[in-house]
Write a protein of this length. Structure first.
Length: 157
């Protein structure tokens, strides 16, 4: 089914076809999120840029199909019992895939946040002042030059 066909679909059969397309696009998005996770772990920035573009395109198509389905589903209530069962099966499977997408997206988000936290700690370690004030300094004595104090890098996950 092409984008041009979406504007002309109606009826229970088209709802089933639209749900099938939505399910396929959702499965593709889930696989793309798994690829994104691997790229995040490898810190493969070029791959992340490519995946980001693919996600944007896929999400645009998915949103369009969902919008069309939103208009068609009320018409499907008049379908035969057999057709309504098929629509229900597609909807349940689609809901499962969408939950898996949400879970994988949350995993990727947390991985990104953790990685950014580690990078910020490393940057702070490299860019902190060369010397910090010491609490334990003998009165009248000046501390040595170019002393650096150890920095603590957060290990919290």
């Amino acid at each position: 089914m092409t984008m041009a066909n979406y504007e002309q679909i109606s009826g229970a059969q088209d709802v089933v076809e639209g749900l099938n397309v939505s399910l396929k696009l959702s499965q593709d998005l889930f696989l793309l999120l798994e690829d994104e996770n691997a790229a995040l772990r490898a810190m493969a920035t070029q791959e992340l840029f490519r995946i980001s573009r693919q996600k944007m395109s896929l999400l645009a198509r998915l949103n369009y199909v969902d919008e069309v389905l939103g208009r068609l589903l009320p018409e499907a209530t008049e379908a035969s019992s057999e057709r309504r069962q098929l629509i229900g099966q597609y909807q349940r499977r689609l809901n499962q895939v969408r939950r898996a997408i949400q879970d994988q997206n949350l995993i990727n988000k947390r991985l990104t946040e953790d990685t950014l936290g580690y990078l910020n700690d490393a940057i702070a370690l490299l860019t902190r002042p060369a010397r910090e004030e010491s609490v334990y300094r003998a009165p009248g004595r000046t501390p040595g030059r170019n002393l650096t104090l150890p920095s603590v890098i957060s290990r919290a996950v």
